[in-house]
Every structure is written in structure tokens, then in C-alpha cells.
Design a binder for this molecule. Structure first.
Ligand code: 13P
Length: 240
């Protein structure tokens, strides 16, 4: 059985006051699924302090080396040292805005796993690629190059169609399920990961009003959520 995971990716958002209110408001809530949060790097200490045992905390990025002259990067060794649990690798914003390539992402994923962190590895196609019928080709390349020579039970996949991120447009449950089923088959055939056990999250405009139908799909094991994870009220609404 794969556990349901609700992962909040706060991106470059939240003030210290907003973070305090978030955890205050959730203090007495029992969250039924795995409840994970990835704040900005600057807020990791605060979030770690405020997050009770019911949360796991991680980062939005992680470097491909443990230490050294990498100004602005986040060391996976330090992520582990801080007692954090996971890192997101290969988010479409890292790929498109910061130019992270398959090869860089592969090195980052491996180094994070070497440090015993769980890796949420993101993949997804653009609207142009979907309309050109290239979804499977794009995802296959992202997985086979990004997770090349990776064999670990600490890898989570996150399928985030780029056209659904922050747009309010969500993939329909059928579209998402079809793509997740393809990803799981691809993992079984072409990678060293255990496809049946690998958690595959859907991301892209997940919110309380659509989470139930998405999570009802056989191959969707949770959500990687941006906007709706920022406020306690909507974050709480993602747990069904
Ligand atoms: P939204 O939920 O705001 O669409 O963001 C999705 C995302 O990119 C999470 O990583």
C-alpha cells in the first residue's frame, strides 16, 4: 500500500508571521495523510521549530555536491544535518528559469540520496508538447536521464504538467490518471525503481475542490501543491 502524501511547495512565498499563523491554526488538526512542507531556504529553521511531529520538512532544491564553492546553493549534507527529510529536485521552475539540465538534476538526485534524503523528482510537459502529442516522449526522457542509475526506495515522482502550474487549470482526473499509469509502467520497464511501491504525486492547481477526485485515481498517490498549501485553511482542505 502506498501512503497518500500532501506536499506543500511554498516556492518563494510566506513571511515569518504567516508561517507562525499557519502552524498555529493547524496545531489541533489531525492530518490524515503524510503532511510535508517545503518552505524557502531562509525559513527552514523557523519551520523546523514550529512544525510538530505530524509534519515532515524539506527543501525546494539541493546541490550536487556536499560542500564547496557553490554560492547560493543548498548543501544536501546540511539538509540532512538539520534533521530535514526530503528535497524537491527538477521542479519545472528550476528547469525553465534556472536552466537545470537532465544531467545536473541526475547529479543532484544522486547526491541527495547519498545523504539519505527522500527525493521528490518532478517531471512534466509544456502545453506545446502536449498538443504535439509528445507527453510520453518528454516524460520518458526526463525520467531516464534524470534518474539514470538511480535505484532507491527513497524516490517519489511528481507529475506536474507545466500548463497546470499556477494557472488554475488542472489536468482532468482522467488525463492525470492516464499519465500516472504510463509513468508507473515506464518505471517498471525502464528503471531500477520499484514501480508498485513508488509514490507518484500529481501537481498543478490542486485545491480542496478537486483533490478528492484526483486522489480517487488508482495511480495518484498524493499532491504536490503550490498556491493552496500557503494558507492553513486550504492546506487542511487537501486532507480528505
Ligand atoms: P500550484 O498548486 O500553485 O499550481 O503549483 C504547483 C506546483 O508547482 C507545486 O510544485
Amino acid at each position: 500500500m502506498r501512503k497518500t502524501h500532501i506536499v506543500g511547495n511554498w516556492k518563494m512565498n510566506q513571511s515569518t508571521e504567516e508561517i507562525k499563523s499557519f502552524f498555529n491554526e493547524l496545531a489541533n488538526e489531525s492530518l490524515t495523510s503524510e503532511a510535508w512542507i517545503a518552505p524557502q531556504a531562509l525559513h527552514l529553521g523557523l519551520v523546523k521549530e514550529l512544525a510538530t511531529d505530524k509534519f515532515k520538512v524539506g527543501t525546494q532544491n539541493s546541490a550536487y555536491e556536499d560542500n564547496g564553492a557553490f554560492t547560493g546553493e543548498i548543501s544536501p549534507k546540511s539538509i540532512k544535518d538539520m534533521g530535514l527529510h526530503f528535497t524537491i529536485i527538477g521542479h519545472s521552475e528550476r528547469r525553465s528559469i534556472f536552466g537545470e539540465t537532465h544531467e545536473v538534476l541526475n547529479k543532484k538526485a544522486k547526491k541527495a540520496l547519498d545523504n539519505d534524503l527522500t527525493v521528490i523528482f518532478c517531471i512534466g510537459e509544456t502545453l506545446e508538447e502536449r498538443e504535439a502529442g509528445k507527453v510520453e516522449e518528454v516524460l520518458s526522457e526526463q525520467i531516464s536521464k534524470g534518474l539514470k542509475d538511480v535505484a532507491s526506495d527513497k524516490v517519489i515522482l511528481a507529475y506536474e504538467p507545466v500548463w497546470a502550474i499556477g494557472t488554475g487549470v488542472t489536468a482532468s482526473p482522467e488525463q492525470a490518471q492516464d499519465t500516472h499509469a504510463f509513468i508507473r509502467k515506464f518505471l517498471a520497464k525502464e528503471t531500477n525503481l520499484n514501480a508498485d511501491k513508488t509514490v507518484i504525486l500529481y501537481g498543478g492547481s490542486v485545491k480542496p475542490s478537486n483533490v478528492k477526485e484526483l486522489l480517487a485515481c488508482e495511480d495518484i498517490d498524493g499532491g504536490l501543491v503550490g498556491g493552496a498549501s500557503l494558507k492553513a485553511e486550504t492546506y487542511k482542505g487537501l486532507f480528505i
